[in-house]
Design a protein around this ligand. Structure first.
Ligand code: NDP
Length: 451
């Protein structure tokens, strides 16, 4: 009989923590979970879910405009109401919070609302309460990183975006990654004038070069894009933000939003005091079984900063709970993780970029197709899609697929299954297309582009 109050205690009820707690409880472990802020974590409250809801709102403006070519006539110009969107979003998010809490209590997980920290071997403190647990999981996620620019306190981060009660007429977004490009599309679709400042010369670092060039070009149609640009200083006057750029120019905006990355939220958790080692970027270091340098203390999700995506945290949390409490063995594979940026146009990818494929394989064939989707042959919108497939010539295996364009994320999920299964180009070629779709392009690419 265990002398601990809990077999498993989870700090942080985000994607990874909730999945681990529910899995452990279902396997018979006495499980508790503590959450200081909101159930469901970043993804549900200030990330994936509300962001996707806002992208639907932004997309609706294109749909209104495009419908004219399909015979629709609106008696008056459609008007957008930011407050109504925010109200509806808030209602949906609090419904999801409730669902997350119910999932935990229905799984017989004890819920503690408050900040928890390690308090010694096998001990967690929540306020003045101390709890003992055989295994402790730290799954507290991450937080925005804001560089120390003078006046940075006048800038918003992505958490603040979801709290904005009024729509700014003009916004400066700083950064060129996932959040910056997604929120640029949202703001612009809803009618805000967007300036995007990025320190490099191609957005979406880490993605395939063709996709980066295509996207960097496409976003210019609806943002004022400032490349190779840094911010020297932000000042505030009469609620406007004045920005001094590194090229010496000044501009005034209603809002400035920084999306310059996220860092693990490891402060005030008693980690160092309890021997839990951190990497030089502040991530909790774990071994292949997600155990930290302190036996019995584990970590998963954004706080370990491996692949900071919700489905990865879910897989890590589930794999850990199964290993500790006797479920079916699960190994988290970090290969072939598909990803999507819900920008305008959408970007999605699985497998290697062309540069990676070239450094990994002796010879690769590159298939590339750029086209105007059928829908826009009627609307006249200058909107294009780019699809790209990379094949290792020696084995004929497809090693990377990339897309920019409508429905890219939906299409890429199926492509990821094919790549997991080790699909060859010949098998793609054998597959009959669904006509007329954009996705059929991936099974009809016949001629590689020349090297
Ligand atoms: P990203 O890492 O995607 O992008 C950060 C951007 O900020 C990069 O363009 C980077 O430039 C730039 N940057 C970093 N430091 C500075 C600095 N000091 N000054 C100026 N620019 C700087 O981070 P995000 O914040 O956009 O998103 C965080 C993570 O959250 C993502 O990496 C992703 O894992 C996850 N996420 C996933 C989403 C999805 O799945 N659709 C959506 C949103 C977030 P450089 O490229 O030159 O380094």
């Amino acid at each position: 009989m265990s002398t601990y109050e809990y077999d498993f205690f989870v700090i942080g009820a985000g994607s990874g923590g909730v999945r681990a707690a529910r899995t452990a409880a279902a396997l018979g472990a006495r499980t508790g979970i503590a959450e200081a802020r909101f159930f469901g974590g970043t993804c549900v409250n200030v990330g994936c879910i509300p962001k996707k809801l806002y992208t639907y709102a932004a997309h609706a403006s294109h749909d209104f405009a495009d419908s004219a070519a399909y015979g629709w006539h609106a008696a008056s110009r459609p008007e957008f109401n930011w407050s109504l969107l925010k109200e509806n979003k808030d209602r949906e998010i609090s419904r999801l919070n409730g669902i997350y809490k119910n999932l935990l209590s229905n799984a017989a997980v004890d819920i503690f609302e408050g900040h928890a920290r390690l308090a010694g071997p096998n001990r967690v403190a929540i306020g003045d309460r101390e709890i003992s647990a055989r295994h402790i999981l730290v799954a507290v996620g991450g937080q925005s990183f804001m560089p120390p620019v003078p006046g940075i306190e006048h800038a918003l981060d992505s958490d603040d975006f979801f709290e904005l009660s009024e729509q700014p007429e003009t916004v400066l977004i700083v950064g060129g990654g996932y959040i910056a490009t997604e929120l640029a599309g949202v703001f612009a679709g809803l009618g805000t004038q967007v300036t995007l400042a990025y320190r490099g010369d191609l957005l979406l670092n880490g993605f395939d070069q063709d996709i980066r060039s295509f996207f960097t070009d496409a976003i210019k149609s609806y943002t004022n894009l400032k490349l190779n640009s840094d911010i020297e200083r932000i000042t505030e006057s009469k609620q406007k933000k004045q920005v001094l750029f590194s090229d010496g120019t000044r501009q005034t905006f209603d809002a400035v939003l920084y999306a310059t990355g996220r860092v693990p939220a490891t402060a005030n958790l008693g980690l160092a005091d309890n021997g839990v080692e951190l990497s030089d970027v502040g991530a909790i270091i774990v071994d292949k079984d997600f155990e930290t340098s302190t036996p019995g203390v584990y970590a998963v999700g954004d706080v370990i900063d491996r692949v900071t995506l919700t489905p990865v945290a879910l897989a890590e949390g589930q794999a850990l709970a199964r290993r500790l409490f006797g479920g079916p063995k699960q190994v988290v594979s970090y290969d072939l993780i598909p990803a999507a940026v819900f920008s305008d146009p959408q970007i999605a990818t699985v497998g290697m970029t062309e540069d990676e494929a070239r450094s990994c394989h002796k010879q690769i064939d590159v298939y590339r197709s750029r086209f105007r989707p059928l829908k826009h042959t009627m609307t006249g919108r200058e909107s294009y899609s780019l699809m790209k497939m990379l094949v290792d010539r020696a084995s004929d295996r497809v090693v990377g697929i990339h897309m920019a364009g409508d429905d890219a994320a939906e299409i890429m999920q199926g492509m990821a299954v094919a790549l997991q299964a080790g699909a060859t180009k010949a098998q793609f070629d054998l597959t009959i297309g669904i006509h007329p779709t954009a996705a059929e392009e991936f099974v009809t690419m016949r001629t590689p582009v020349s090297d």
